[in-house]
Write a protein that binds this ligand. Structure first.
Ligand code: HEM
Ligand SMILES: *[C@@H]1O[C@H](CO)[C@@H](O)[C@H](O)[C@H]1NC(C)=O
Ligand SMILES: *[C@@H]1O[C@H](CO)[C@@H](O)[C@H](O)[C@H]1NC(C)=O
Length: 477
């Protein structure tokens, strides 16, 4: 979020910004803006925002100003939506108006021109979304159930290892599973530099192409021509980012092609796409989607998996009930698999509640913040504040409590499919990876519950170590 970080850019840039602001015309809105905190001149509400967790500030403002709030940061108007109903109303029903994104120059400068999240509504986005749907829709995602099970079993074995690090193991599971499904590539172990480079690219994305810099470039495009010393560190990183993006788009994709030529390719999204393609398949778009699946899927799914483990730790009754359901339906001598999902509604309700309880992209987080920026035709930015939606007492009474049964009818059936949950966004830009995310999370959760008991760690005196949940930004692309 635009925040006090902005002050760190350096005095020369601030002077440039002041000059730039003089040049920007006041926008004229056809409708009155919603209520909100009073902006200061120039900085607007920047200093009032919690820079680490801006969604908390927006949620607090909601208590004073209502479910739609207006705020202003450095001359840019933000409209924050704190209600699921209003978000659905606006973003689902009038989707065409709100599906655009600003053209953000930092995307091009950093070689991430293909980043779906940030594509404006147009031909490139339509091409990507069409193939995304073709290769990641529900009926296709389920075909990878055996790969999911294999990796989930390995996750359980790794978690059993007393020396294992939970943060690392959860990340390793989602990362290696996405690589296995998209490219049929085994990235486990430390031998594959592809993962290291993909993570480096994600990291650069989080820092260099941060929303504040993107907003500056977008609002004041002439800054690109400013003396390089202003953003010199950033430009060096952008060059590295361009190089990495090219390697990651081409290397793994071309390897699958080569494997297909000698008949050694495993079942994967890319191999399937190529084998079904006629002569003029859109290979460039497929390359982009394969990399985007990693960029878009990794932090969100990992965050959800960690929240699941936390919930099981803090709510042992829920854990026991889920395990009882698995034991009753699947038995003790077999691992649950995705075929069992329809018979395990309580487990599905847990996963819905995991995402509702701590949405992986609360604004969602840094990157999502930007991909949820939807420029009004008049030029304001709309932010869907998922954190406020998750804590809306009208929809979710006793909202901070983890309670899967809120997603079940009285006779124990799911009220609504997983993929409809508000955490996946709304309208035409809704997350195209939501079924794959569901499969990834379900398989891991089922395997963990079938084999492990999630419990507090003990210190050297045998006393249990209390856990304090902490969530921050910057964990999602
Ligand atoms: C629990 C896991 C996930 C959550 C909570 C999540 C959430 C979201 C949200 C909120 C959006 C934005 C929707 C909007 O702007 O209205 C989004 C977009 C997107 N997600 Fe996910 N996502 C998850 C997993 C995945 C996975 C596994 C993939 C890839 C396989 C993926 C790929 C994408 C892409 C490409 C977009 C951009 C769509 C567009 O801008 O048109 N996501 N996701
Ligand atoms: C447990 O983890 C350690 C350190 O990562 C590793 O050396 C060891 O092989 C693992 N043991 C098993 C049984 O996987
Ligand atoms: C098939 O091609 C891949 C990719 O070039 C190569 O790594 C692999 O060794 C080849 N396998 C055989 C059996 O030729």
């Amino acid at each position: 979020m635009l925040s006090t970080h902005i002050l760190a850019v350096g005095i020369p840039c601030i002077i440039a910004l002041v000059a730039a602001l003089r040049l920007t015309r006041r926008r004229v809105y056809p409708l009155p803006l919603p209520p909100g905190p009073r902006p200061l001149p120039f900085l607007g509400n920047a200093l009032q925002l919690d820079s680490e967790r801006p969604w908390l500030t927006y949620t607090a403002w909601g208590k004073t100003y209502g479910k739609i709030i207006h705020s202003r940061v450095l001359g840019i108007d933000f409209i924050t939506i704190n209600s699921e109903t209003i978000a659905r109303e606006l973003l689902d029903k009038r989707s065409a108006i709100y599906s655009d994104r600003p053209v953000i120059r930092t995307n091009e400068l950093s070689g991430l021109y293909f980043n779906t999240l940030l594509l404006p509504y147009g031909e490139a986005l339509r091409r990507q979304r069409k193939i995304f749907h073709q290769v990641f829709r529900a009926e296709v995602s389920i075909l990878y159930h055996d790969i999911c099970s294999r990796y989930a079993n390995e996750l359980v074995i790794n978690l059993l290892n007393a020396t294992s690090d939970l943060q690392e193991e959860t990340q390793a599971y989602t990362a290696s599973l996405i690589m296995a499904v998209t490219y049929g590539r085994d990235t486990r172990g430390n031998g594959d530099s592809l993962l290291a480079r993909a993570n480096e690219l994600l990291d650069i994305g989080r820092h260099v192409i941060s929303p504040e810099k993107a907003a500056i470039f977008t609002a004041f495009p002439f800054l690109e021509k400013l003396p390089v010393w202003c953003f010199s560190g950033a430009f060096a990183l952008m060059e590295r980012s361009r190089e990495l993006a090219q390697q990651l788009l081409n290397e793994p994709f071309n390897e699958v092609k080569a494997q297909m030529a000698n008949g050694t390719a495993s079942h994967s999204v890319v191999a399937d796409f190529l084998s079904q393609a006629d002569g003029n398949a859109d290979e460039e778009t497929m390359k982009e989607i394969a990399l985007m699946a990693y960029m878009g899927g990794i932090d969100t799914t990992t965050s959800a998996l960690r929240t699941f483990l936390l919930a099981m730790l803090l709510y042992p009754d829920v854990q026991a009930r889920a395990r009882a359901e698995i034991n009753q339906v699947v038995g003790h001598d077999k691992m649950p698999c995705l075929d069992d999902r329809p018979s395990l509604p309580y487990l599905s309700a847990i996963l819905r509640e995991v995402l509702r309880w701590y949405p992986p992209a609360p604004l969602g987080s840094e990157w999502y913040m930007r991909h949820q920026m939807m420029i009004f035709t008049t030029g304001a930015v709309i932010v869907g504040n998922q954190w406020a939606m998750s804590r809306d007492e009208d929809t979710y009474p006793d909202a901070s409590r983890f309670d899967p049964s809120r997603h079940l009818t009285v006779d124990g059936q799911l009220t609504d499919p997983f993929a409809n949950l508000f955490v996946f966004g709304h309208g035409r830009r809704v997350c195209p990876g939501r079924w794959f995310a569901e499969n990834t999370l379900w398989t891991a959760a089922a395997a963990v519950l079938a084999v492990l008991h999630v419990d507090h760690a003990k210190d050297s005196n045998g006393d249990r170590i209390e856990v304090k949940p902490e969530y921050t930004t910057g964990r999602a692309m």
